[in-house]
Design a protein around this ligand. Structure first.
Ligand code: ADP
Ligand code: F6P
Length: 324
């Protein structure tokens, strides 16, 4: 087993709060173990363009608390093609990078797997606000995104109540409803719409709006997942169908920024250190997950073949919180 001497780190796909804390952890853990560290900017795009910097302990000073990623991130369609994967592996070798930590989502892990097959030891770490990575219960950035969205929804609720309105708030999550489900519960929403369960029955929603209104409810908060979408059309339909003044707000990229929560900082630090440990142990083509209170690692293909779904009990919880 060849010893890893120089560890590279990159962030790829959508950024997530806590990525900086994770970069810091990779850099400092690797340096502490006597390894050299190189930062690759703008994900696989930067790797293909050889945008590679030496990193020392100072390179990651004062970033633990900052949102975004100091290494920048990008989506790089070329990386899907074998000839570019060959080139990327060659660039790693040329720069002495024999171990690589990839912080991102499933797509980024696929790129890491292709590099591992070309002799570069790679470890993937789950970094996405969507929490949609099957091999882990927790992804870096999810907690901050939920807290950011929750605070926004609290504010919308204030004005919604004052005006006795219905408010639809659309949150991110790509295909997955985790952010919506968590916000819906944290904000005491009257409805949570996620693609996993929503039956597209706007009429049923309108009936519930009218019934709650009749009971004297002063607002009606609908947290709508990006995967369901159509928030503005839905608002128009509900206003026309119920007579209740209705507004839609799409929270958008505000959910991706901001200072990470303590939970994101700590988990990001643990994930980063774990990746360095695995590289030092000679492991490659692995993804680190957090399952039932433990950090575990999986072969990338095994991780990508896994599925996960929102706990049915969690999904049923909000209906038990209704005012009767
Ligand atoms: P995420 O990592 O958040 O899932 P993407 O799906 O956008 O985000 O993937 C990020 C990057 O990972 C892509 O832009 C591409 O460079 C690389 N990637 C995605 N899929 C593959 C693949 N099948 N093979 C190699 N690289 C891939
Ligand atoms: O994966 C993170 C995420 O913010 C998703 O929730 C959202 O669908 C997507 O990225 C938005 O991507 P972009 O930054 O390209 O608008």
């Amino acid at each position: 087993m060849a010893e890893v001497n120089t560890i590279g780190v990159l962030t790829s796909g959508g950024d997530a709060p806590g990525m900086n804390a994770c970069i810091r952890s990779v850099v400092r853990s690797a340096l502490t173990a006597g390894k050299k560290v190189k930062g690759i900017r703008r994900g696989y795009s930067g790797l293909l363009e050889e945008d590679i910097i030496d990193m020392d302990s100072h390179s990651v000073s004062d970033i633990l608390q900052r949102g975004g990623t100091i290494l920048y991130t990008a989506r790089c369609p070329e990386m899907i093609k074998p000839e570019y994967q060959d080139k990327a592996a060659e660039i790693c070798r040329k720069n002495g990078i024999d171990g690589l930590v990839v912080i991102g989502g499933d797509g980024s892990f696929r790129g890491a797997a292709r590099l591992a097959e070309r002799g570069i030891n790679t470890i993937g770490l789950p970094g996405t606000i969507d929490n949609d990575i099957a091999c882990t219960e927790y992804t870096i950035g999810f907690d901050t995104a939920v807290n950011t969205a929750m605070e926004c929804i609290d504010k919308i609720r204030d004005t919604s109540t004052s005006h006795e309105r219905c408010s639809i708030i659309e949150v991110m999550g790509r295909g997955a409803g985790y952010i919506a489900e968590w916000c819906g519960i944290a904000n005491g929403a009257e409805e949570i719409l996620i693609a996993e369960t929503y039956d597209n029955d706007v009429n049923a929603i309108m009936e519930r709006v009218k019934s709650m209104r009749a009971k004297g409810k002063k607002h009606y908060i609908i947290v709508n997942a990006e995967s369901v979408g159509h928030s503005y059309e839905m608002a128009k339909q509900i206003q026309e169908g119920t007579g209740m003044d209705t507004r839609a707000t799409v929270l958008g990229h505000i959910q991706r920024g901001g200072s990470p929560t303590a939970r994101d900082r700590v988990y990001a630090t643990m994930f980063g250190a774990k990746a360095v440990d695995l590289l030092i142990q000679g492991k490659s083509k692995r993804v680190v997950g957090y399952m039932s209170g433990k950090f575990v690692d999986f072969d990338v293909e095994q991780a990508l073949a896994m599925t996960k779904s929102i706990d049915p009990w969690l999904l049923s919880l909000n209906s038990r919180m209704e005012r009767i």
